[in-house]
Structures are given as structure tokens and as C-alpha cells.
Ligand binder design. Sequence first.
Ligand SMILES: Nc1ncnc2c1ncn2[C@@H]1O[C@H](COP(=O)(O)OP(=O)(O)OP(=O)(O)O)[C@@H](O)[C@H]1O
Length: 122
Amino acid sequence: MQKKEPFILNRIKSVGYAFRGMITLIKTEASIKVQLCIALTVTIAGLYFNISKTEWIAQVTMIGLVLSIEGLNTAVEAIADFIHPDYHKKIGLIKDVAAGAVLIASIAAVIIAGIIYIPKFF
Ligand SMILES: Nc1ncnc2c1ncn2[C@@H]1O[C@H](COP(=O)(O)OP(=O)(O)OP(=O)(O)O)[C@@H](O)[C@H]1O
């Protein structure tokens, strides 16, 4: 029988795997790089305009939401390509729906950015 690892060691290892996944995502996905640049830009804008605590909460939440859904979209694409590398209507639908989820979060993020920053200009 395989020896059971201590709970804490097991959890630390899992966090390590998750970090590895995050680094792979950032290194390999062009869209994540673009989204990270946008996240950095709005973070600088937040500091420049000295946005409120509530605005920071909304902004950080949206950044986290877009990046994490993009990560899931990448995972769905990888699974789809692995199980069915050839063209298939269903694979197209699966990838479109996963990309649609990123789009929904991105639209919400743009709306929230508008709510925060448009009043700072007008
Ligand atoms: N195997 C396939 N069968 C059918 N349609 C596909 C297939 N692969 C891709 N597609 C279609 O092409 C679109 C783009 O797929 P792709 O895997 O290139 O995603 P992408 O969004 O361009 O990737 P990335 O996030 O890496 O930029 C899909 O949303 C789908 O409509």
C-alpha cells in the first residue's frame, strides 16, 4: 500500500503544481499576456487616480475573474486538442463556448472600468 503523505505536505505540493500551471499559462498564452498588460495598466491608473477602496475591490475582482476564466479557457482548449486534434463541429462549439465565457467576463470588466474611470475624465 502506498504511504499517505502528511496533509500539510500534500497541500503545499498542490499549491506548487498550481504555481507551475500559472507560470506555464503566462509563458505560453498570448491572450493572458495581453490581459496582464491591461491589468498592469489599470493598476497604474488606479494608483494615479487614487481610486477608492470600493473601486479597488471591483477592479481587482474583475482582473482576477478575467485572468482565471482565461486560464480555464486555455485548459478547455488543451483538453479539446488532446482528445480530438482533428476538426470536429463539437470541438468548435466547445471552444467557442469557453471563449464566450472569457468574453462575458471581459465585457463586465470593461463596463466596470468605464464606471470607475469615465467620471475621472468628465
Ligand atoms: N478542432 C477543431 N474543430 C472545429 N473547430 C475548431 C477546432 N479548433 C479550433 N476551432 C475553431 O477555431 C476557434 C479558435 O480555436 P483556437 O484553438 O485556435 O483558439 P484561440 O482562441 O485562437 O486560441 P488562443 O486562446 O490560444 O489564442 C475555435 O473557437 C473554434 O471555433
